[in-house]
Design a protein around this ligand. Structure first.
Ligand SMILES: Cc1cc2nc3c(=O)[nH]c(=O)nc-3n(C[C@H](O)[C@H](O)[C@H](O)COP(=O)(O)OP(=O)(O)OC[C@H]3O[C@@H](n4cnc5c(N)ncnc54)[C@H](O)[C@@H]3O)c2cc1C
Length: 470
C-alpha cells in the first residue's frame, strides 16, 4: 500500500464527518463503506406532497459551536433556515398548555414561567420549591437522569417536563438514561450539591451574544430548504474519501499488523485502521471474535424502535384550529401518551415547507413499548390522526399519510455507560487498529455524533502520524 489506508464503516453522520476529517490533509487513503443504497443513516430527507421532508432527524442544533463551525466550513450558513418563532404545547392535566419559557430537556432553568403556567399541581410546586434543600445530597456516581431530577425537583416535574423532552429525544425512559451520558451538563451540579433554582434566581438576565460583524445571527435549531439531507450531501461532496454505498461489511480479519475488511459479496479491503460507526449490533458482531470486551459494550445498549408518521390535512380544514395554527409542536408525557409521544407541526414550524397540504409529523415508539414494531402503517396513521383530533379539537380527517420506520434505532445509554465506553476503548487500544464511534457510543443527536466522528478522526490521525514518525 502506498499510503496508510483507513476504512470507515457506516456513512451516517458519524462516518461521513470522520471520513471527511481523515481525508482532509491527503496523507491517508480513506474509504467509507455504507451498507444501504444511500448515505446519511438516520438523516433521511424524502419527497412528500411537493416538499422535501425529513423523516429521520429533523433539526440541527446550530447553537452548538462545533456544529455552527462545521456548517460554516461546508458553506451552508447562508442558506440555513430557522424554525418559525413559537413554542410547542404540552399535554397536561388541564389540556394543552404552552411549554413555559426556560424549560429544557432536563427540567426548568427558570422558575417563574413554570410557576405562572399553572401546569404543576400545588403539591408539585411546593415539592419543586424544596430543590435548594434537596440539593445537599451529592451524587458522584452515575444515575438515571429522571432519578436525579425527581430527587431534586420531585416526581411531578420529572414526569411533566423531563419525560416528554429528554425522554422523547431518546425514545427512552428518563429513569434509565445515564446522567453522565445524556445530560452531562448536570453532572457538576449533581456532584457539587448546589441548588439549580437558587442559581437561576441569582443569575443576571443574559442578552444573546452579538453576531460577528458582517454575519447574520444563526438560528439555534435549523434546517435547509432541501432538508437536513443538504448537510450529509455536503459532507460527502466535500470529502476526499471514497464513499461507497451498497457495501455492507460482514467481517473483520486480522492480517499481520493490518485488518482485512470483508464485504458481504466477498470483496476484501486491507486497512491500517478501521473505524466502526455502525449501529450497536453490527459493531458488536464485527468485534466479538477479536475484542469481546469492546463487543460487550454494545450488549448493554438496548435499542428502541421508532416510527415517523406524516399526516396531511387540507389547509382550509385546519386554518381555524388554534393548535395547528399557532404551535410548533405537541409534546406528551408518557403518562398521557397513547400512541404518539410528540409531533412537529411541520407546516407552521418550517416556513420552507410550502406544501398544498398542512403537514404534521408525529413520532411513535418509546422504551417500554413496541408500538412502532407492532402496528401496521394504517393503524399508526389512524391512531395518530384520532389522537391529534382529541387533543386539538380538530374534526377533519387527514387526506394524506405516510409512515417511515426506524427499527431498533435509538440507543438507550444506561447509567455506567461512560465507564463501559472507556473500558471498551482501552481494550481496543490494546488490540490496535480499530476505533469505535457513533450514537451507541458517544450519544445520539447530530451534535453528539458530529463530535464523536471528529474526535475519532483526530485520534486516528494522531496515531497515523506517530506511526509514521517512529
Ligand atoms: C426519527 C428520528 C428523529 C431524530 N431527530 C433528531 C433531530 O431532530 N435532531 C438531532 O440532532 N438528532 C435526531 N435524531 C438522532 C440522530 O439522527 C442520530 O443520533 C444520528 O443521525 C446517528 O448517526 P450515526 O452516524 O451514529 O448512526 P446512523 O445514522 O445509524 O449511521 C450508521 C450507518 O451505518 C450503516 N450500516 C449499518 N450496518 C452496516 C454494515 N454492516 N456495513 C456498512 N454500513 C453499515 C447504516 O446503514 C447507517 O447508514 C433522530 C433520530 C431518529 C431515528
Amino acid at each position: 500500500m502506498a499510503s496508510r489506508r483507513v476504512v470507515v464503516v457506516g456513512a451516517g453522520i458519524t462516518g461521513l464527518v470522520a471520513a471527511r476529517e481523515l481525508g482532509r490533509d491527503g496523507s491517508l487513503e480513506v474509504i467509507c463503506l455504507e451498507a444501504s443504497d444511500r448515505i446519511g443513516g438516520q438523516v433521511h430527507t424524502v419527497p412528500a406532497e411537493g416538499a422535501l421532508v425529513d423523516v429521520g432527524a429533523e433539526a440541527i442544533h446550530l447553537g452548538a459551536p462545533h456544529i455552527a463551525a462545521l456548517a460554516d466550513e461546508l458553506g451552508l450558513t447562508q442558506s440555513v433556515l430557522g424554525a418559525t418563532p413559537g413554542s410547542s404545547v404540552l399535554a397536561t392535566r388541564k389540556g394543552l398548555r404552552p411549554l413555559p419559557a426556560g424549560v429544557g430537556p432536563t427540567g426548568p432553568t427558570k422558575i417563574w414561567p413554570v410557576l405562572k403556567s399553572g401546569i404543576l399541581s400545588p403539591a408539585g410546586l411546593v415539592r419543586a420549591g424544596l430543590e435548594p434543600l434537596m440539593a445537599r445530597k451529592r451524587f458522584t456516581e452515575d444515575l438515571g437522569v429522571g432519578d436525579f431530577t425527581a430527587r431534586r425537583f420531585g416526581r411531578e416535574v420529572t414526569d411533566t417536563f423531563v419525560d416528554p423532552l429528554l425522554g422523547n429525544l431518546h425514545g427512552g425512559d428518563v429513569h434509565q438514561l445515564s446522567l453522565q451520558a445524556t445530560a452531562a451538563q448536570l453532572v457538576p451540579t449533581a456532584a457539587n450539591g448546589r441548588s439549580m433554582l437558587l442559581k437561576t434566581l441569582k443569575r443576571p438576565a443574559t442578552t444573546p451574544a452579538a453576531p460577528k460583524p458582517g454575519k447574520a445571527p444563526l438560528p439555534m435549531f435549523a434546517s435547509w430548504p432541501t432538508g437536513l439531507g443538504t448537510f450529509t450531501e455536503a459532507l460527502a461532496a466535500q470529502s476526499k474519501a471514497t464513499i461507497r454505498t451498497k457495501a455492507p461489511v460482514e467481517a473483520l480479519e486480522r492480517i499481520g499488523q493490518q485488518w482485512r475488511v470483508v464485504l458481504a459479496d466477498g470483496e476484501a479491503i486491507d486497512a491500517d485502521h478501521v473505524l466502526l460507526t455502525t449501529p450497536g449490533p453490527v459493531s458488536s458482531g464485527l468485534l466479538r471474535e477479536h475484542c469481546p470486551a469492546a463487543a460487550a459494550l454494545y450488549d448493554q445498549v438496548p435499542l428502541v424502535s421508532v416510527a415517523t408518521v406524516l399526516l396531511g390535512w387540507r389547509r382550509e380544514d385546519v386554518a381555524d384550529n388554534p393548535t395547528l395554527r399557532d404551535a410548533n409542536g405537541i409534546l406528551l408525557p408518557s403518562n398521557r401518551a397513547r400512541t404518539f409521544k410528540a409531533a412537529t407541526n411541520l407546516t407552521r414550524k418550517w416556513p420552507h415547507l410550502e406544501t398544498p397540504l398542512h403537514l404534521l409529523r408525529a413520532s411513535v415508539g418509546r422504551d417500554g413499548n413496541t408500538l412502532a414494531d407492532d402496528l401496521t402503517d394504517e393503524q399508526l396513521a389512524a391512531r395518530v390522526a384520532a389522537e391529534i383530533g382529541e387533543l386539538t379539537g380538530l374534526l377533519a380527517a387527514p387526506v394524506f399519510s405516510a409512515v417511515h420506520r426506524w427499527p431498533h434505532s435509538m440507543p438507550q445509554l444506561r447509567p455506567g455507560h461512560k465507564a463501559r465506553v472507556a473500558a471498551a476503548r482501552q481494550a481496543l487500544q490494546e488490540l490496535g487498529g480499530i476505533s469505535i464511534a457513533g450514537s451507541a457510543v458517544d450519544g445520539l443527536g447530530i451534535s453528539s455524533t458530529v463530535k464523536s466522528g471528529q474526535q475519532a478522526a483526530r485520534e486516528i490521525l494522531t496515531t497515523a502520524k506517530d506511526t509514521q514518525a517512529s
